[in-house]
Design a protein around this ligand. Structure first.
Ligand code: FPP
Length: 258
């Protein structure tokens, strides 16, 4: 009992306005929400559990937040699941993270198909283990006909790497005469990014109290509203997600205008 109480007290939630689903639905819903899901390791450490236990709990949160995002009519939910820098982690942790998409999709894919969700990814899929790639590509194929929420996993994704690839492609096109360098503009670059088919995020959420971008969607976040919370990703609740959207709905976006 005491142990349970301790765990409860450890669960850090932010205070602030509570927004109901109905309140949030009565205002403009952000079309694209991107999330840096941070704090899994710290969540596990607080409970004297291995770090991977935090990732496993985090996976369950992905399920709940995807359901809610779909119910709210959000068009794109981009989740930073594995960065190009995450390969530096211990092999056991990397191996575990690479197994999570299989576990997640193994149980959740039928619901995603049923609920009209499309699974997509950004990042370099070629470098991830075959078993992970197969699970993801099967889910992409099985949900390709859906036209509801795009559940977009950033997997082996790094924004600088994405920009380097875009610059190389543009340089190739100029060299081969397909493109005049005077014609290069923002649209040229956007078309070469991995997000060319989706709009920029309206709202970025980062959990765990870290206030940085960690090489995530550097180009795409130019006019995005940021929302940071101290809550660790495994503790991130539907209430917290509604709070982020509710607060977003009270901000004035000017996109550089007045
Ligand atoms: C950062 O927390 C989190 C990650 C690098 C992995 C995120 C992955 C999930 C939430 C599960 C994804 C699920 C699917 C279905 C792909 P951290 O480990 O850096 O936390 P710390 O800063 O507290 O150590």
């Amino acid at each position: 009992m005491l142990e349970k109480l301790k765990l409860w007290n450890n669960k850090k939630t932010t205070t602030g306005t509570i927004f109901t689903k109905e309140e949030v639905l009565s205002k403009t819903i952000p079309k694209h929400i991107a999330i840096i899901m941070d704090g899994n390791g710290r969540w596990a450490k607080k409970r004297a559990l291995p770090r991977v236990a935090g990732h496993h709990e985090g996976m369950k949160v992905v399920r709940r937040i995807t359901r809610l995002a779909n119910e709210l009519g959000i068009e794109v939910l981009t989740l930073y699941a594995f960065s190009t820098e995450n390969w530096k982690r211990p092999k056991t942790e990397v191996d575990y993270l690479m197994k999570l998409p299989e576990e997640f999709l193994g149980t959740f894919l039928p619901e995603l198909i049923e609920e009209n969700v499309q699974v997509q990814t950004i990042g370099n899929r070629k470098e991830i283990p075959l078993h992970t790639r197969n699970a993801i590509e099967r889910a992409m194929k099985d949900t390709a006909q859906n036209n509801g929420l795009i559940l977009n996993f950033a997997l082996n994704y790094g924004s600088r790497d994405e920009i380097v690839q875009a610059v190389k492609k543009i340089a190739d096109d100029v060299k081969s005469g397909l493109l005049d360098h005077h014609e290069i503009n923002e649209e040229t670059i956007e078309k070469c990014l991995m997000t060319s088919h989706i709009q920029d995020p309206d709202l970025l959420i980062r959990t765990s109290g870290e206030i940085r971008l960690s090489n995530f969607m550097l180009w795409q976040l130019a006019y995005t509203e940021f929302w940071f919370t101290d809550v660790l990703w495994p503790d991130f609740s539907e209430e917290e997600f509604l709070r982020a959207i509710g607060e977003f709905q009270h901000r004035g976006r000017r996109f550089g205008g007045v």
